[in-house]
Ligand binder design. Structure first.
Ligand SMILES: Nc1nc2c(ncn2[C@@H]2O[C@H](COP(=O)(O)OP(=O)(O)OP(=O)(O)O)[C@@H](O)[C@H]2O)c(=O)[nH]1
Ligand SMILES: [Mg+2]
Length: 1086
């Protein structure tokens, strides 16, 4: 049977017009895997009696136990002469990266919405993901049985309810569409502009061509009729996946047109909507609502279903059931009709009468695009990595677009494949190994690689991939394009795939050892896979980490990176139970890193192995995987490491007990900075510091950035990174070809900053921005306020991009200009880890107000230190901590970060040959250290605060448990933002924010306290200043009464800060306050 099946699938694969690559998307628990079961059962892979109970695609044990899906998995099915490559995806936020891996490989999606819960946060998220990847969705409104059995709605009420749900979903799509139209318009404008620049054909000369010139077209002209979900469009199915039924109104239109003698087309238009049947006149009329009539949908559709449930489940009326079965033409087995659970009979009847698989599969084949329908817009987007524009790619690269569009399986067509993730399978489960098993035990050593037969070699990686062009054959060699590969460069150096490549940056060559058909838990071996199909590829683990672009043509650029919605934020340190097993842990973590799209694995400077995950559930899964699959050892994980940010605020006006502070506060703060002969602090907060060799003095002041500015900087990180790259390119004499869109976005960013930074203090500030940091794009600013020091601002490269003349060539070579980069580096280090607990800074502006250089002898070789040299220094400083520590690795210790300048010193010492070497080391190093220290002290001269990472969550709960939900939230420092009744239900929706630090076990606690009624999903939202001052101690009688001697009951910030310091092995001051009043003015640091 299976062989037949396989042959059939292989034959279908060859006809891309009849291939549908699609994924199932929804909020958690809305019934994706249950629906997938029905579709799988329709192919006889599992029995239809088990459909919905088995959850076949949840192949992991923990998926079955927890009842949630944790990974995307694919299965190929046939329906009529169509091939359906179906991917089930998880709905839990923690696994949203798995959704991204699924969506990328598809052309369409089934979006499921629970009929009771309606549109939930993840529903919106997946709709947005579908939009971003340009794939077309169809809708399934599932769990309609709950409206009957749980909410006990009448058919009429249910109809109103369903209408509302449809409105909600369409509202989300509508807003996505609007923003997209606006974006499209921007692109059109860009094109029009480009054409103008090139000075080619005028509009009048090409009346027939596309209306490129009609770019004034706004929303009103855009065709959105295909866009919305509407039953009469055939893109909505109503279903109860668990009871096995589902229908679209086409089916009912057909049924009733025969029975009632009304044309099917008429019924199709009127079955959904405000129409009713006028029995006397034998006519369908409009205005059911106004006239108080039953809408057709209720009368002809819902009433049938309602009475079936009533007869079978509620009243168990044997006679009635018999009659209904007769009229529906349904026969059931006696063991079903006699079953003690009426649901068994119900689903036996329903799955014959209105089989959900037929309704869904028909809709999918009818409404979703085939691989041949790839739009040129989608292809251009896939190929336009970074800020590059498609039209600036090499011609050969642009020509590949045709290959995508043709989706040809000709031998001449270039092979184009995208791998969206790597997943691990037990080597024993691979088909080639299964066969050998039967023959003899000796054969087992043969398969795969000729490595010694070891325990560890039992698992291999398979790539989750899709062919976009050409035929993929077993044993074929392909290029592997790294994310930074530049086809222009590659084309100059290589032509064809061969084993011995010249060293092209970011390009490798790999052999596809084996090809598989993905069948859920099983894999079937294939010899070749034609264009347009989803497949598994073995043998890539050496050259593909998580995702990759493969091709036989070096002209192909890497696809744009997957769009991940979740931010990995929960980090734990991991240790083997037995220290000797460290190597196994290291190997296991490496495998985990490869197998999980969003988990990050890093080794901190302290030697700790750190795992960063998207949330608690994800963390648990990663730990289980490490224990059972990847490391196969016992491990222990630290408590989650919570990230914090450090910032300064304006001096507060009142203290902890709301008393006016007057001048005292200032004194208390300033005493944190210890003055010495090289360090001076003036009462306004300006810190001046001189290098040990006394050749340079810098004066720095820390200023809190307005909150909106911090937010804007944080949200624009990618843009700022592009700006930085452009600046870098410019300094190296190259140009980065940025798209008009990016340029415009940067101009907008600049002008928004100008608007937000108003007032005397910020005069011309935006043009004086020297750098952003940490890592050159973080949410802190270095400001050039040095009188008489001219340097180009960070926006300099924009002006040039816009075609304006460079102002006055290079800034005149001044003695201090050479050391510009040392100042920036010092700032980068200072913002990477702050003085409170070595966490990154956020929302701080360091204004350099003084920078004096005082060289003992006039240096004549000044000009020999070229721009290039200082740039290479800069690269080593900005990149190495980022790379080694990973995205959020900034929690690393100062010691680790401090290593970087010493490398930098090396580079600089080489560059500045002949410079005097004094006993304090190279001068640039001294300057970096001085700037860093000055920034730290300037920071300490201001009131300091910790910032906590915050989650938002939406909790759905019934009125009875609402109080308990608030109780749990309150205990964990959560804050309710909004509470409202979900329309048409008894449920309340509570929107709240909650510090990540207090979130562990939150979901479990809520679930327990509400007996499983409310289950929140936590999503990282933003950073928030903790209002309490960590350096505060009670001093007055009243404060003692309020907070107790040590004040630790109240000072959450201090508790967090000391927690972090302890973890990092930093000095933690344990306070013994004896005489409060005296204590207050003592230095707190030492
Ligand atoms: N009443 C009712 N329950 C359903 C229906 N479909 C699914 N369920 C139940 O809903 C729960 C979740 O179903 P799943 O199919 O695992 O949901 P899912 O969308 O795959 O969940 P995740 O993959 O974790 O996001 C299970 O307990 C199902 O039995 C339905 O049509 N009616
Ligand atoms: Mg599922």
């Amino acid at each position: 049977v299976l062989l037949n099946f396989l042959d059939k699938i292989k034959a279908l694969q060859k006809n891309p017009a009849n291939v549908r690559n699609l994924c199932i998307l929804a909020h958690v628990d809305h019934g994706k895997t249950t629906l997938a079961d029905s579709l799988v059962a329709s192919n006889g892979i599992i029995s239809s009696r088990l459909a919905g109970k088995l959850r076949y695609l949840d192949s992991r044990e923990d998926e079955q136990i927890r009842g949630i899906t944790m990974k995307s998995s694919a299965i190929s099915l046939h329906y009529k002469d169509y091939l359906i490559n179906l991917i089930d995806s998880p709905g839990h936020v923690d696994f949203s990266s798995e959704v991204s891996t699924a969506v990328r490989l598809c052309d369409g999606a089934i979006v499921i919405v629970d009929a009771v819960e309606g549109v939930c946060p993840q529903t919106q998220a997946v709709l947005r993901q579908a939009w971003l990847e340009n794939i077309r969705p169809v809708l399934v409104i599932n769990k309609i049985d709950r409206l009957i059995m749980e909410l006990k709605l009448t058919s009429q009420e249910a109809y109103t309810h369903l209408q509302k749900i449809l409105e909600q979903v369409n509202a989300v799509t509508g807003s996505l569409f609007t923003s997209k139209v606006l974006e499209d318009r921007a692109v059109k404008e860009e094109r029009a502009e480009e054409d103008k620049e090139e000075g080619d054909i005028k509009p009048a000369e090409c009346p027939g061509s596309e209306q490129v010139y009609d770019w004034s077209a706004g929303l009103e002209d855009s065709d959105d009729s295909q866009l919305y979900f509407s039953p009469d469009q055939g893109n909505v199915v109503f279903a109860s996946a668990i009871d096995g039924w589902g229908f679209s109104i086409q089916q009912f239109a057909q049924i009733h047109s025969q029975r009632m003698g009304i044309r099917a087309e008429v019924l199709l238009k009127t079955l959904w909507g405000d129409f009713y049947l006028n029995a006397k006149a034998k006519k369908i009329m409009k205005g059911a609502h106004a006239k108080g009539k039953k809408p057709l949908f209720v009368q002809l559709v819902l009433d049938n279903i309602w009475s079936l449930y009533d007869a079978v489940v509620t009243r168990r009326d044997k006679e009635k059931i018999e009659k209904m079965m007769m009229s529906l033409g349904v026969k059931v087995m006696t063991r079903d009709s006699r079953h003690s659970d009426p649901k068994v009979l119900l689903s036996a009847i329903c799955s014959q009468w209105l089989p959900v698989s037929q309704a869904v599969l028909f809709m999918v084949c009818d409404k979703l695009p085939s691989p041949l329908d790839m739009t040129s817009e989608r292809i251009e987007r896939l190929m336009s990595v970074g800020a590059r524009r498609f039209h600036s790619l090499p011609l050969q690269t642009q020509e590949l677009k045709t290959a995508f569009m043709q989706c040809s399986s000709d031998d001449t067509a270039p092979v184009i494949v995208f791998v969206s993730k790597m997943f691990m399978v037990d080597a024993k489960a691979l088909p080639q190994n299964k066969q050998s098993e039967g023959v003899s035990g000796q054969m087992q050593g043969l398969p795969l690689k000729a490595k010694p037969e070891e325990e560890e070699e039992k698992e291999t990686f398979v790539a989750f991939a899709r062919v976009y062009s050409g035929v993929v054959r077993r044993g074929q060699k392909v290029f592997v394009m790294g994310p930074k590969y530049d086809p222009a460069q590659g084309l100059r150096m290589v032509r064809i795939v061969s084993a011995c490549l010249p060293p092209v940056p970011h390009l490798a060559c790999c052999t596809m050892d084996s090809l598989y058909l993905l069948m859920g838990r099983e894999l079937e071996e294939l010899e070749e896979v034609p264009s347009g199909n989803v497949l598994g590829i073995g043998g890539l683990e050496e050259c593909v980490l998580k995702s990759a672009t493969l091709s036989t043509s070096p002209a192909l650029p890497p696809f744009i990176p997957l769009n991940f919605e979740a931010t990995p934020i929960v980090r734990v340190a991991i240790e083997p139970k037995h220290p000797s097993e460290m190597p196994k842990l290291v190997r296991g973590m490496r495998l985990l890193n490869q197998a999980d799209p969003c988990a990050e694995v890093l080794i901190q400077e302290t030697g700790e192995h750190v795992l960063v995950t998207a949330g608690e559930v994800h963390l648990q899964r990663c730990l289980d995987d490490l224990r059972e699959r990847f490391a196969k050892i016992e491990i222990s994980a630290s408590k989650p490491i919570i990230p914090f940010r450090e910032t300064v605020i304006r001096p507060p006006k009142v203290d902890m007990v709301n008393e006016d502070l007057g001048k005292q506060q200032k004194v208390a703060v300033i005493h944190q900075v210890k003055e010495s002969d090289t360090l001076h602090l003036d009462p306004s907060g300006l810190v001046t510091l001189t290098t040990p060799n006394r050749q340079a003095t810098v004066g720095v002041r820390a200023i809190p950035l307005p909150e909106e500015v911090t937010l804007l900087l944080e949200g624009s990180a990618d843009l700022i990174r592009t700006l930085e790259q452009a600046g870098q390119a410019q300094r190296e004499g190259r140009t980065l070809d940025m798209s008009t869109w990016t340029l415009d976005a940067l101009m907008v960013l600049k002008s928004r900053l100008e608007v937000l930074l108003q007032g005397r203090k910020w005069r011309n500030a935006v043009d004086r921005i020297w750098a952003f940091g940490p890592r050159r794009y973080g949410p802190n600013i270095l400001l050039n306020s040095v009188e008489g020091y001219q340097r180009p601002s960070v926006w300099h490269c924009l002006e040039r991009e816009k075609g304006e003349k460079e102002g006055g060539a290079k800034a005149e070579a001044s003695a201090i200009r050479d050391f510009d980069n040392s100042v920036v580096s010092g700032f980068q280090l200072a913002t990477l880890s702050g003085p409170m607990c070595e966490e990154p800074l956020m929302g701080v502006c360091f204004s350099v107000e003084r920078w004096d250089m005082n060289f003992p002898t006039q240096r004549t070789h000044l000009d020999s230190v070229t721009e290039k040299d200082s740039n290479s220094l800069d690269a080593s400083v900005s990149e190495s901590p980022g790379e080694a520590v990973g995205q959020q690795g900034a929690s690393g210790k100062a010691g680790g970060a401090g290593e970087t300048p010493s490398q930098a010193e090396g580079a600089m010492a080489g560059a500045s040959h002949g410079r005097l070497v004094d006993c304090y080391g190279p001068f640039s190093g001294q300057l970096i250290a001085a700037v860093k220290e000055a920034c730290r002290h300037a920071f300490q001269a201001k009131p300091q605060r910790l910032m906590a990472a915050m989650y938002t969550c939406e909790i759905m709960a019934t009125a009875e448990v609402l109080g308990r939900v608030y109780g749990v939230l309150g205990k964990r420092e959560g804050r309710v933002l909004q509470e409202e009744m979900k329309e048409g239900t008894e449920m309340f929706i509570i929107k709240a924010v909650l510090p990540v630090a207090e979130s562990f076990g939150f979901a479990d606690e809520i679930r327990k306290r509400t007996s499983g009624l409310a289950s929140p999903q936590l999503v990282f939202s933003h950073w928030e200043v903790i209002s309490s001052d960590p350096s505060w101690v009670p001093t007055t009688e009243e404060e003692y009464l309020h907070f107790g001697e040590k004040a630790d009951s109240a000072n959450q910030a201090l508790k967090y800060m000391n927690g972090v310091r302890r973890r990092k092995g930093l000095y933690v001051e344990e306070k013994i306050v004896e005489h409060g009043e005296k204590q207050r003015t003592l230095s707190k640091n030492k």
